[in-house]
Design a protein around this ligand. Structure first.
Ligand SMILES: *[C@@H]1O[C@H](CO)[C@@H](O)[C@H](O)[C@H]1NC(C)=O
Ligand SMILES: [Ca+2]
Length: 213
């Protein structure tokens, strides 16, 4: 095949992958389908975010600010629909995350202590992504501290009810850019009556993936 032919096929693959959320992501979805059982029914997931160790640095490894600690804004989302996709519009638009913490001149380990929840209402899931995003607020441009993503899978089946649901062990979930920065969280999930299930979506717009970073 000519070099031009190869290049155009690559270009088509790249465009296809970009629009559909990524060929790599689709490959991971297929691997998950072989590995993790499908959980179907009505469930509530609770995610408790205890603290974030920023080490006082942004994702570049440099201090958040020349003087004082980071000014973190920390938010989270339980992604039941696109666990393998990249952060941003490909998965969950950042505006849809729930803000857990906002502060100025923080310690390196930021205390959070918040729990959020999300329901699965009759859709099958194999894997759920607990997503956390931390930004350092600045006067001009906010800087990313990091994105953190850890998974719940059907290997660890949900409890039969809230009464019997136990919390997972604490998970030290590493930053994508700087794995030594970690958010400490735990989760539990359990069956709920269909009548109390609150359906929701990631809120991903039709074209939001096109603008993701
Ligand atoms: C952080 O500082 C900014 C700018 O001085 C201020 O507007 C904001 O209210 C402060 N936030 C908190 C949580 O103290
Ligand atoms: Ca700052």
């Amino acid at each position: 095949m000519s070099a031009l032919g190869t290049t155009s096929i690559l270009a088509v693959l790249l465009v296809f992958g970009f629009v559909s959320g990524g060929l790599i992501d689709l490959g991971q979805d297929a691997l998950d389908a072989a590995k993790y059982p499908l959980i179907t029914g009505f469930y509530r997931i609770e995610m408790h975010v205890d603290r974030l160790d920023t080490q006082g640095k942004s994702h570049t490894g440099l201090s958040c600010d020349p003087i004082g600690g980071c000014d973190p804004k920390i938010k989270a989302f339980i992604d039941t629909e696109t666990p393998n996709r990249d952060f941003g519009g490909d998965s969950v638009p950042y505006d849809n995350y729930i803000v857990l913490y906002e502060g100025n001149d923080s310690e390196k380990v930021v205390p959070i202590g918040k729990t959020i929840s999300r329901d699965i209402c009759g859709k099958g899931v194999r894997k759920v992504a607990m997503r956390v995003r931390a930004m350092d607020k600045d006067t001009v441009n906010d800087d990313k501290i990091d994105n953190y993503k850890c998974f719940i899978t059907g290997e660890n089946a949900p409890a039969a009810s809230a009464d019997t649901a136990e919390w997972s062990a604490e998970i030290a979930c590493p930053g994508e850019d700087r794995p030594t920065s970690k958010v400490f969280l735990k989760y539990r999930w359990y069956a709920i009556p269909e009548s109390t299930c609150r359906p929701s979506s990631n809120g991903k717009g039709l074209f939001s993936g096109l603008l993701s970073r």
